[in-house]
Write a protein that binds this ligand. Structure first.
Ligand code: GDP
Ligand code: MN
Length: 379
């Protein structure tokens, strides 16, 4: 779940990270009123789920009310890489001596958290990584041990920030690590992290991705949820509580369990097809869930065939088969369906499906055969 900048700053502020005071608004008049309350100069900032707003004209300094009016008017409605600006954030402008970069994310191959810090901030970190990789100081943190102050200090020294920034940076990085771990974030990035001429270190931007699966243990995440941008397919799946990721191909995929869904996507690729999506219907594959899943897939015009791959463990093959049959009675499906059922009560499941087989519904005994058939039908 991606946060807008101002939400990310509110999230940071909960952990004591210094950010500028500001207000989120949606109209020019409210922008003016906010600026009058905040005091000048202010920065007018587009709130969209995409970076590089500055370059796109979505971040402007305003020294007085006329400039706020002008910039707010230009930025509201601005299209930044396909994201149209609805909300703008007005914050008190900071004086900048230097711009740095700081982030925490998970390094899956190292099975550790990765912290990145650079004295070259304000530009995209990918650019720094390409042009001057030594300018990024990295630290790998064992999630059990955590980040100690001594390790953070060593890390900051390795990044060669201005010595005036050392204490402030150490303090913010420790807080950022706490925000990242206790806050159940997948990514916390500050770019730029600034050193002010007065010596304070301060977060001027915030890019935060939260782990949506942790929502149940955090209050206030509904607000972040409300501003998520989803395409129509993703929204329909979300409304039905399905784990869905839209892809570009033509074979619709439904499987039970994320591991099997990933394997299904892999095998479709392996036999020369392209999955249209990833959809995990989870444990209880009843008629309701199956109908919902089929509806979501069916509404994708790119889907030319549907591959339902079920391995019964606790889920029973006959119940799934009944679910599919009931679902087909409810949803008119445009693409042919290929089903593979294995595991608990697979025989019973296949027997139920056998009574309903047609050009539009075929059952195959193995995953490979089912994948081949589905890919063939999608051509
Ligand atoms: P991004 O382009 O989407 O990453 O947006 P940022 O929030 O990072 O802003 C882009 C750039 O605008 C920053 O790198 C700064 O150089 C500049 N900027 C943002 N806020 C301020 C501010 O309060 N004061 C000054 N002087 N510059 C700012
Ligand atoms: Mn930025």
């Amino acid at each position: 779940m991606d946060l807008l900048e101002y939400q990310g700053k509110q999230f940071f502020a909960q952990y004591g990270i210094p950010v500028s005071p500001g207000e989120a608004v949606t109209t020019v008049e409210d922008a003016v009123a906010a600026a009058e309350r905040i005091g000048y100069p202010v920065v007018v900032k587009a709130q969209v789920h995409v970076g590089g707003r500055g370059k796109a004209g979505g971040v402007k300094l305003a020294a007085n009310v006329d400039e706020v009016r002008e910039h707010a008017g230009n930025i509201i409605g601005l299209d930044i890489k396909g994201h149209v600006v609805k909300t703008i954030w007005i914050e008190f402008a900071s004086d900048i001596a230097e711009e740095y970069y700081a982030s925490f994310t998970l390094d899956r191959s190292a099975k550790k958290h990765l912290g990145m810090l650079s004295a070259q901030g304000g530009v995209e970190i990918e650019t720094v990584a390409e042009e001057d990789p030594d300018a990024i100081a990295k630290i790998w943190i064992d999630p059990v041990d955590g980040l100690t102050e001594a390790a953070a200090r060593e890390w900051v020294l390795a990044a060669k920030l201005n010595p005036d920034a050392t204490d402030g940076a150490v303090d913010i990085l420790l807080k950022l690590y706490t925000a990242y771990t206790e806050g159940d974030a997948d990514l916390c990035e500050i770019n730029p992290l600034i050193l002010k001429p007065t010596g304070e270190v301060h977060a001027l931007d915030a890019k935060v991705t939260l782990d949506g699966n942790a929502q149940y243990r955090h209050e206030g995440w509904e607000e972040y949820e409300a501003t998520q941008v989803r395409d129509d397919r993703e929204q329909a799946a979300y409304d039905k509580g399905l784990q869905y990721v839209g892809l570009e191909g033509s074979v619709g995929v439904i499987a039970n369990g994320a591991g099997l869904a990933m394997s299904t996507v892999d095998i479709v690729n392996q036999v020369g097809g392209k999955p249209a999506n990833f959809l995990d219907i989870g444990g209880g594959a009843n008629a309701e869930v199956m109908a919902g899943a089929l509806e979501v897939i069916n509404n994708d015009p790119d889907v030319k065939s549907i591959f339902i791959n079920i391995f019964g463990g606790i889920t029973k093959g006959d119940e799934v088969a009944n679910g599919i049959v009931t679902a087909l009675g409810r949803v008119k499906i445009d693409a042919p369906i290929v089903i593979r059922i294995d595991g608990t009560n697979a025989e019973e499941g296949r027997a139920i499906l056998a009574e309903h087989e047609s050009d539009m519904l075929q059952s195959k005994p193995t995953m490979l055969e089912a994948a081949r058939t589905a890919v063939e039908l999608a051509k």
